[in-house]
Write a protein that binds this ligand. Structure first.
Ligand code: SF4
Length: 419
């Protein structure tokens, strides 16, 4: 039996697409680790961080060294941007943001001697499968691509223009996954822009809501101006839609938001958050933030810190700005030293630490729902619907949703017991 090894870098969308391919390959091929000799090496690449880029190069090099005759496949964002350039010339198959539904056939064809080509036409591929092995929560890719062109972001170039999965196909796929996974995370590059020509995100949420076996539906990330009042109402009146929204703010200074080409002011962002919190008081709102963007002077950074303090996110993914060749921001003047960016990351961490703990403490003595990911003799472990990790005394099965009472919150963990 021929063997394959797979490495998945980057985001949930890569994870979803890789799971689709892995499930198909396992019918005909045996999986080995990326440290072993394999006939096929597949890398789902990422271009968002320099670390992911460096790791991709390292893995490609390792694959060629382990087996000079291996068939090497690079898939995803970095593959799309680099194409078959000097660095990637040694790779047999480069699949960028499209045609991922054809990789399996292309691999098979290779072993019967067909010539392979890099392909290039944008469409939403039907990457559907019936189970998500090894995960208590399954991802469902509903959308791909982005038309926003934020000035720092390479994704619209890498993933191409927006397209969405067909409503009926997605409901069918969700039905299949719900047999083994109680929680579904809706993923995409610009999820809030889901539109299949007839149905918007709200319609899809309504349809998913009807699936009996599905206990939790979670939106992975959504832009502030794409959370409609009907979505908020649905979330408020329906226990299935997790009370958690990840809403990238990216900066909390209007000057920087404008330079970033983000489509809102910080006042608009805060007003909308206030409205959401008024409607759904126990909601967790988290965010992504970039610090050290070109021309972010001390004043702009202070404005950001002050606004973060006002907003009080339940957690912040903070990144130092990284230059990306080909983006608008790369050509800006006023790039900052990495030492300044580092200091700003630490300041955000410092500010956020207590806010995060206070948020979790607001649930002490309250009942929350936890999806069990791990267990031992005394405890079950997993994320609650508000998306923080809890260690709860009691028992249950992996993949089950149980009620837990929160008892204690400290810097390291949140403790509770199964109700
Ligand atoms: S919305 Fe902006 S940050 Fe998000 S993928 Fe599109 S361009 Fe990138």
């Amino acid at each position: 039996m021929k063997t394959f090894a797979m490495m998945v870098l980057g985001c949930k969308v890569n994870d979803y697409e890789a799971t689709y391919l892995r499930n198909k390959l396992l019918n005909d091929y045996k999986e080995v680790t990326f440290k072993e000799v394999a006939d096929i090496y597949i890398i789902f690449t990422c271009c968002v961080t320099n670390i992911a880029e460096a790791k991709t190069r390292k893995m490609l090099h390792r694959a060629r060294n382990l087996n000079p005759n291996a068939y090497i496949v690079a898939v995803g964002c970095l593959a799309q941007i680099k194409g078959k350039n000097e660095e990637f010339k040694d790779i047999d198959l480069v699949i960028g943001s499209n045609h991922k539904d054809e990789i399996y056939d292309l691999i098979n064809k290779h072993f019967i001697g067909n010539k392979l080509e890099e392909l290039n036409k944008p469409k939403f591929e039907k990457l559907f499968f019936d189970h998500y092995p090894g995960k208590s929560r399954a991802f469902l890719k509903i959308q791909d691509g982005c038309n926003q062109f934020c000035s720092y972001c390479i994704i619209p170039y890498a993933r191409g223009s927006e397209r969405s999965g067909n409503y009926v196909d997605l409901i069918n796929q969700a039905n299949l996954l719900s047999k083994t996974n109680k929680e579904l995370v809706l993923t995409g590059i610009h999820t809030g822009r889901y539109f299949d020509g007839k149905n918007h995100l709200y319609d899809l949420l309504l349809g998913l809501n009807e699936i009996k076996e599905l206990k939790t539906i979670r939106l992975s990330s959504i832009e502030i101006n794409e959370i409609s009042n009907s979505i908020i109402d649905l979330m408020k009146n329906n226990n299935k839609l997790a009370h958690h929204l990840h809403i990238p703010v990216q900066s909390a200074s209007n000057k920087i938001l404008k330079l970033m080409n983000r489509p809102y002011t910080i006042e608009e962002y805060i007003n909308r958050i206030n409205y959401i919190r008024k409607e759904i008081p126990d909601i967790s709102i988290s965010t992504d933030l970039i610090v050290g963007f070109p021309l972010e002077d001390d004043e702009a950074f202070e404005e950001t810190l002050n606004n973060l303090f006002k907003i009080k996110f339940s957690f912040i993914h903070v990144f130092p700005y990284a230059r990306k060749k080909g983006t608008k921001a790369d050509s800006y003047s006023g790039h900052l030293d990495s030492s300044v960016k580092k200091q700003r990351v630490s300041k955000v961490f410092e500010l956020e630490k207590n806010i995060e703990i206070e948020f979790k403490k607001s649930f002490i003595n309250k009942k929350l729902e936890l999806l069990i990911e791990k267990k031992d003799d005394q405890y079950v472990y997993g994320y609650v619907k508000q998306y923080f990790y809890v260690k709860a005394k009691g028992s249950g099965n992996i993949g089950d949703l149980v009620d837990v009472i929160i008892e204690e919150v400290n810097e390291l963990e949140v403790l509770g017991h199964v109700a």
